[in-house]
Design a protein around this ligand. Structure first.
Ligand code: GUN
Length: 283
């Protein structure tokens, strides 16, 4: 069996075309959705991600404001900037690119962003709302993953979802979103004994451990859906994931590629949250 590809790039393009029309309608009402992206320091990977987010905003008519702050920025300076943006009516979403330099407490910063502008869905209020199944900003990568699975009409209810990874950004929330969809969820991580014993039971396997090719063919049940959240640069410059794609595609029924899988969907869900914010609080 060769797996069907869940193409995140194609799905993103489709969703972004729909969003472009939504933004046009808002703009006709005098509301231009606005996203502020703050980057502190000069980490090359963060700069690449931030540029991708800005470009995506511009393509669909969202106004993007890039705020570049020095590596030596203090926590107080960053908080002052967030306070300013919290009060700015033309800004619907605030995103502080992570990771932050070590002198700044990330959690303190996340908690300073107004929950109503927290388009990353990282604020404890939004996380709490997600856990209790209330309306909120969902974190972008987990939300993108759910959308990818649903795009193929793959059954979630009653299925066994195994999440490998327990980050606050992906692992923990993606498990919660699948639980909200009535899946049975198992969390594994770097200290799990006998990882393969768990992953090989998964109907839907989420690889979000940040470890290149951790998931080999023998880790996967025949007919499973495999979602690869990893992103690693090989020596030849190409990108790869947490999943050994060539092996796993021979066992899985559905698989996401790297690049062109989860990555574009993360940005698409950020655009979605920014539009939702403009609609919720300004329309
Ligand atoms: N760094 C890596 N992924 C993300 C993300 O989704 N949001 C933010 N703010 N920073 C990140």
């Amino acid at each position: 069996m060769t797996a069907q590809i869940i193409n995140g790039k194609e799905l993103s393009q489709k969703k972004r075309e729909e969003m472009k029309i939504e933004v046009e309608t808002l703009r006709k009402q005098g509301i231009t959705p606005g996203l502020a992206v703050i980057i502190v320091g000069t980490d090359p990977a963060s700069q690449t991600y931030v540029r991708g987010k800005q470009r995506a905003c511009e393509e669909i008519g969202i106004q993007s404001l890039l705020i570049e702050m020095k590596e030596s920025t203090t926590e107080a300076q960053l908080i002052a900037k967030i306070d300013e943006l919290n009060k700015e009516d033309s800004i619907d979403g605030i995103l502080v690119q992570l990771p932050l330099p070590s002198q700044i407490n990330e959690q303190a910063i996340i908690e300073k962003i107004s929950p109503n502008k927290d388009v990353d869905g990282f604020h404890p209020i939004n996380i709490g709302r997600m856990m209790t199944g209330q309306d909120c900003f969902l974190p972008c990568t987990p939300h993108g993953i759910i959308e990818m699975v649903k795009s193929k009409q793959i059954d979630i209810e009653g299925k066994h979802v195994v999440v490998v990874g327990r980050s606050n950004i992906v692992g923990k929330p993606v498990g919660q979103l699948f639980l909200n969809e009535h899946a049975t969820v198992t969390y594994c991580h770097s200290r799990t004994n006998d990882l393969k014993a768990y992953t090989s039971q998964a109907d839907i396997l989420i690889a979000a451990a940040g470890k290149q090719h951790l998931i080999q063919g023998e880790y996967v049940k025949r007919g499973a859906t495999v979602i690869d959240v990893g992103i690693h640069r090989l020596e030849n410059g190409k990108l790869t994931g947490d999943v050994n794609f060539d092996e796993v595609k021979e066992k899985a029924a559905y698989i996401t590629p790297v690049p062109g899988g989860v990555g574009p969907m993360t940005i698409t869900m950020l655009l979605h949250n920014t539009i939702q914010s403009a609609k919720r609080f300004r329309a």
